[in-house]
Write a protein that binds this ligand. Structure first.
Ligand SMILES: [Zn+2]
Length: 97
């Protein structure tokens, strides 16, 4: 892929939407995961201390990781549409194919 501005071949895909989507998703998922965490903690609390911690932790991790995956997929659809897909490493212009 050559830069349309300076014709350099030193260009890179950016994955901006995917990166942003993944980060936002993991935050949102983490918050949603906290709900799952309290439910998990409640269930886990039938086994004192360890159960509460493990239940809460599992709920949070599941929420955060599934949120990140969903966010990355949603963000990926923005790459090449809302965000330019490539960036030139020489002149720092961004562009699409
Ligand atoms: Zn360039």
């Amino acid at each position: 892929m050559n830069c349309p501005y300076c014709h350099s071949s030193n260009t890179q895909k950016r994955y901006l939407g995917r990166t942003i989507g993944g980060s936002l998703g993991s935050v949102a998922g983490g918050i949603a995961g906290l709900e799952g965490a309290s439910a998990g903690a409640l269930i886990g609390s039938t086994i004192p201390v360890i159960g509460t911690l493990a239940g809460g932790l599992i709920g949070f991790i599941i929420g955060a990781s599934s949120g990140a995956a969903v966010g990355a997929i949603a963000g990926e659809s923005l790459d090449g549409t809302v965000f330019d897909e490539y960036q030139c490493q020489d002149c720092e212009q961004t562009f699409n194919e």
